[in-house]
Design a protein around this ligand. Structure first.
Ligand code: SF4
Length: 296
């Protein structure tokens, strides 16, 4: 696991629990408004700010010291599901007694299936395909996460544009060998994301996004969907379309875009965020689709 950062304490990021945050390095999206360019862009394209990696050894020394003091660990990125060793990594943290919250952009539903509670499999709400597992080589995984948050970036037809993958200059590039972040996994996802026919489906596998939404809604986990709202990218109509994507979900948070920090696309620093009034109008549309729609 390539760890691009560690926040040692948070009261906000894991609902209801005192937590620490682990930032994994590398992402297959290039969202214009992403405020973690140091985790997303390859070296050389990053801002001057930079970041320091944390070794797994140092991380586990820290975690062992925090047993009994922290309750949860948030794994965010970058995009954590790009890392093939994510299940083993999470298991090691869970074995210390922490609860795990995972943040994801939803591009890797197969990884989500591996991480979901075993209890949700095969039953009424079970996931298709699980019965085909080879009994001689059963998955280690299951029951590894306790809370999941997935970004809904845009209506499907605008996904590529919003996540910066319809813009050739920002498109995700595989990392160089020297900075290998599960290169195989990244390449796998990157290649499975290609081959679409419409302009915005060129670089995002939209069916994976839809599969992840379904998996999360049908899981027995507490979860949330969340959308960062950006002027120029999102309209009232888009809220309706995104609402339809997560229809019936428990929680959908609408988040204000922050322009006062380093962003993947520095042009977006010039943008004025939506006003509270504008966001509230969007929330009112959103609440028609889900059980709880809040602004944060
Ligand atoms: S905001 Fe976009 S680019 Fe940044 S880490 Fe999340 S998915 Fe990747």
């Amino acid at each position: 696991m390539i760890i691009g950062g560690l926040q040692k304490f948070s009261m906000l990021d894991y609902p209801g629990l005192l937590s620490a945050i682990i930032f994994t390095e590398g992402c297959n999206f290039r969202c214009h408004f992403c405020y973690n360019p140091m985790l997303v862009l390859p070296k050389g394209e990053r801002s001057k700010k930079g970041h320091s990696r944390v070794s797994e050894d140092d991380l586990f020394v820290f975690l062992k010291e925090r047993v009994g003091k922290l309750e949860g660990i948030v794994i965010t990125g970058g995009e954590p599901t790009l890392h093939r060793d994510l299940p083993e990594f999470i298991k090691k943290i869970k074995d210390l007694g922490f609860k795990i919250k995972l943040d994801t952009n939803g591009t890797n539903p197969e990884m989500l299936k591996k991480l979901l509670p075993l209890l949700s499999r095969g039953g009424k709400r079970g996931l298709k395909g699980d019965r085909k597992q080879n009994p001689l080589n059963p998955p280690l995984q299951g029951g590894l996460i306790d809370y999941i948050a997935m970004d809904i970036k845009a209506p499907l037809e605008k996904y590529g544009e919003v996540v910066g993958l319809s813009d050739l200059s920002l498109r995700a590039k595989p990392p160089r060998r020297s900075e290998a972040i599960s290169v195989g996994a990244l390449n796998e996802i990157a290649s499975s994301s290609r081959g679409g026919t419409s302009r915005n489906d060129n670089f995002v596998n939209l069916s994976n996004i839809q599969k992840s939404i379904k998996i999360i809604i049908e899981s027995n986990l507490p979860y949330e969907f969340r959308t960062t709202l950006v002027p120029g990218l999102h309209t009232l109509k888009d809220i309706k379309k995104m609402g339809a994507l997560v229809k019936g979900a428990d929680k959908w948070y609408l988040q204000q875009f922050k322009s006062d920090t380093d962003l993947v696309n520095s042009d977006f620093q010039k943008l004025r965020p939506f006003t509270d009034k504008e966001i509230e109008k969007m929330r009112k549309i959103g609440e028609k689709f889900v059980k709880e729609c809040e602004v944060r």
